[in-house]
Every structure is written in structure tokens, then in C-alpha cells.
Design a protein around this ligand. Structure first.
Ligand code: 5AD
Ligand code: SF4
Length: 440
């Protein structure tokens, strides 16, 4: 039996997809290159913005066609979109056989065995972190490690708490065991994952509790793990002990993705982000004081209900002031059931949203270009990931700062090498390996 999986959305979803693949292969399925050649067509979906829904439902049309040609094919839809739609999945898309939420990945085998499920399951968290299931990793030397799932925040625009549920942390013992097993399997870099990753541990019973700062240090101490990253933190939970753990632990990378969402205190209040522009900037200064040369990236939404020209100008000036190394920028998209969609008018005209996002993207690129230029002429340690995507005779890897480097050299994937940086664009660097490769 063959399966074909299409994954949408964030790293948490990509990771859940690795687990789905691992689980399917453990019960005898093999991966099909094409959707047409599969007995099981599986989607792991996202619903963060309307555009995510559209991208996925476009793909569903393809599954409908295949199913019409071959009614024995099983169509399964997992993840956040399925969770948000609930029973509507089967009403609107009757050719879908199985639907399950992001908390039910471990039940996939059972769902398939039963086949033709015509009612959506309980849509609950089944108690098994996907981190405890077998995984099929795409990257030999890098791994995602789920440390918590769910989110207790109430950001007015965000559908994640509704689809991923309340925050639940894995025990430190579970996480460290997984890290050890990954290191034994050749993994050198791990990214700790959670919807609100730095709130880790607060829901654990006292005798099992470990703070996020302690967990960072514990992860870095695992033999063989050379780099530790994490995503995504909430600025409100970015405490002094976490900053100290980053500053004092060389394995913890010199990069932080710190979603700001807006530079306007007014908008931030209506978004229920619980910090002001000033508090965010003050945090950035403390981070930069403690961790010199830290790279910072962020998420920004434009066109949130009520966003004025002045509010948007504040967002532009935040980008200039923080000097981000990169940013993901989004046009506000009302999500059914969220506070913003239900109680605020989506009053920024589409044309204004378009102008704002264009101006923001240009500014982000300009600042990122200035930032990446600081590496030219320096030598930095790169974790080799494989051949360069554009020129296979060269190598590709990343600095601790999370910027990609394409370089000439002969180091093996998984090793850490020094690379002298000779060129930069806003998103990538070029360089050449300098002698003294450190074995993996
Ligand atoms: N509209 C636009 N962007 C959103 N994000 C989350 N919800 C929405 C929405 N309704 C963005 C936020 C978040 C990122 C993952 O997606 O910036 O950090
Ligand atoms: Fe998409 Fe959010 Fe679900 Fe990730 S958690 S897949 S971004 S809806």
C-alpha cells in the first residue's frame, strides 16, 4: 500500500507530517511519489489565514478527481483546517473518508484501519504527543523536537488556540530521551517546537517541572547536540533566565524569532498581545545587551481592524529601530470564531492593505540586506546541510544566526566548519570553507 502526503503550514505541522509518515511506514505503507499512484491520499492542513484554506481546498479538487477514477482510494484530511471545519468537512467534501485534528496524529493508524469514517472523531487531544511516535526525518542532521503543543494566549486574530487547544508540555525526561536518541542517530541541530515555546513547563506537576531556561541548558548538554534552536516564543514569556541561558550556552543559537505583530501600542492592545511597543523594544535592548550580534526575525500583520496610517507608520519605524534580519509579513485575514473576526470590523480597505504590505516588504528587505552585509569579511561556523540548491558543486549550510551560506568546500553534511564570508544578499551569504574542519 502506498501513501502520498501533502503538508501545509508551520514547522509544527511539518513535524506532525514526519510523524504521520513514520507511523504509516511502521504499519507497512510506503511513500508514493505522486498522488495518482497512492492508495491513501493524506493532507496535513493549516488554517491560519484564508489563503491557507484556499491553497488546500484547491489541492482537494485533485483528490476528488482521483477518487472518482478509483473509488478504492482513501482520502484523509488531518491538521488544523480539519479541526476548524469539524463535521463540515464531510458535508462539503463527501469524498473525504477520514478527518482528524492535530491532536489525533497518533490515532491515524486506527482511523485508516477502520476506513470510511463518516463522522469526525472527538477532535480532542488524545494524550499522545506526536513526538512520541516514530518519525521519518527528511533532514539527517537536523530535527524538530516538540516540547509542548497548544496555546493559552488569546491573541484576537489567531485561530491556533481554537484548533490546537490548551498548552500541554511534554515531560523533561521524555524530551531529553528523545534528544539523546536523535544525537545517537546523527542529529547535530535540534529546533525545540511549541506554539508558545517559552511558556514551556508551567502546566507540569511540580515534581516534574523544568523551566524553559533549564530545558535549553539541558538540551545543549546532550552529547552530540551542537546547536539548539527554538520557535516560536512570545515576547511576554521572554524572561531574564531564558536570556541568560541563551547568553551563557554557546550551543543555543544566536538567532531569535520574536513575533512583534505590530509596532503600534494601540493595535497591540486590541490584538491582546499584552505588551506595548516600548516594552517590546526594551526587551530587544536587553537581548542585544546580553547576546551581542544576535539575529532577530519577526512576524508582522498589516491591516488589523482599526489600523490607521499612524499605526502603520509605527510598525515601519519598529522595523527600522529593531533592524530585523528578516520578517514574515501578513495581511490580516479574519478567522471565524476569533475575537477580531466576531467583534471587530475588517475596516482597512483592501487597496490600503496592499499598499502597506508592499511598503513593509520593501523596508524589511532593505534592512535585512544591511544586516546580512555585516557578515562579509568575517569567518563563521557553518553546520553543513548538503549540496547547494542552486549549484550542486558547492555546499549549503547555516550560521548560528540562521542565515543560509552557500560555499565552496569539501566538508561532510553534519559537520561544523569555518567559512569565510565573501558576499551577501538579503537572505543568503556566499563564502569559502577555511581549513580545520571540526568532525561531526
Ligand atoms: N491574519 C493574518 N496573519 C495572521 N497570523 C496569525 N493569525 C493571522 C491572521 N488572522 C500570523 C501571525 C503569526 C503568524 C504565524 O501568522 O503573524 O505570528
Ligand atoms: Fe497552520 Fe497554525 Fe495549525 Fe501551524 S498551528 S498548521 S500555522 S493553523
Amino acid at each position: 500500500m502506498r501513501y502520498h502526503l501533502t503538508s501545509f503550514g508551520c514547522q509544527m505541522n511539518d513535524h506532525d507530517s514526519e510523524r504521520m509518515k513514520g507511523l504509516l511506514e511502521s504499519i507497512g505503507y510506503r511513500e508514493s511519489e505522486t498522488r495518482d499512484g497512492a492508495d491513501l491520499i493524506l493532507f496535513n492542513t493549516c488554517t491560519i489565514r484564508g489563503s491557507a484554506d484556499d491553497r488546500f481546498t484547491g489541492n482537494l479538487g485533485d483528490a476528488r478527481r482521483i477518487k472518482r477514477e478509483n473509488p478504492d482510494v482513501v482520502v484523509a484530511v488531518g491538521g488544523c483546517w480539519a479541526q476548524a471545519q469539524k463535521a463540515m468537512v464531510f458535508e462539503q467534501y463527501p469524498f473525504v473518508d477520514i478527518a482528524f485534528g492535530p491532536g489525533e496524529v497518533s490515532r491515524l493508524g486506527e482511523l485508516i484501519a477502520r476506513e470510511r469514517i463518516d463522522a469526525v472523531g472527538a477532535f480532542s487531544f488524545d494524550g499522545a504527543f506526536s513526538g512520541t511516535l516514530p518519525a521519518k526525518r527528511d533532514r539527517p542532521h537536523q530535527a524538530w523536537v516538540q516540547i509542548s503543543v497548544g496555546c493559552n494566549c488569546v491573541c484576537a486574530y489567531c485561530i491556533v488556540p481554537a484548533v490546537r487547544g490548551r498548552e500541554r508540555s511534554r515531560t523533561p525526561q521524555d524530551i531529553v530521551d528523545e534528544l539523546r536518541a536523535l544525537a545517537d542517530d546523527g542529529v547535530r541541530e535540534v529546533t525545540l517546537l511549541g506554539q508558545n515555546v517559552n511558556a514551556y513547563g508551567r502546566d507540569l506537576p511540580k515534581d516534574e517541572r523544568m523551566s524553559f531556561a533549564e530545558l535549553l541548558r539541558a538540551a545543549a548538554a546532550v552529547d552530540g547536540i551542537r546547536r539548539v534552536r527554538y520557535t516560536s516564543p512570545h515576547p511576554k514569556d521572554m524572561r531574564e533566565d531564558v536570556i541568560a541561558a541563551m547568553a551563557e550556552t554557546p550551543e543555543v543559537c544566536r538567532h531569535l524569532h520574536l513575533p512583534a505583530q505590530s509596532g503600534s501600542t494601540d493595535v497591540l492592545r486590541r490584538m491582546r498581545r499584552t505588551y506595548s511597543r516600548e516594552r517590546y523594544l526594551e526587551l530587544v535592548h536587553r537581548l542585544r545587551d546580553a547576546i551581542p550580534d544576535l539575529s532577530l526575525t519577526t512576524d508582522i500583520i498589516v491591516g488589523f481592524p482599526g489600523e490607521t496610517d499612524e499605526d502603520f507608520a509605527q510598525t515601519m519605524s519598529l522595523v527600522r529601530e529593531v533592524r530585523y534580519d528578516g520578517a514574515y509579513t501578513f495581511v490580516y485575514s479574519p478567522r471565524p470564531g476569533t475575537e477580531a473576526a466576531e467583534r471587530m470590523e475588517d475596516d482597512v480597505p483592501a487597496e490600503v492593505k496592499r499598499e502597506r504590505i508592499q511598503a513593509l516588504v520593501e523596508l524589511v528587505q532593505e534592512v535585512a540586506r544591511e544586516r546580512s552585509a555585516r557578515f562579509v569579511g568575517t569567518t563563521g561556523e557553518v553546520l553543513v546541510e548538503g549540496p547547494s540548491r542552486t549549484d550542486p558543486s558547492r555546499l549549503r549550510g547555516r550560521l548560528s544566526h540562521n542565515i543560509t551560506v552557500n560555499f565552496t568546500g569539501d566538508a561532510a553534511p553534519g559537520s561544523l566548519v569555518d567559512v569565510h564570508i565573501t558576499g551577501a544578499t538579503s537572505t543568503t551569504l556566499t563564502g569559502r570553507q577555511v581549513p580545520a574542519a571540526v568532525p561531526a
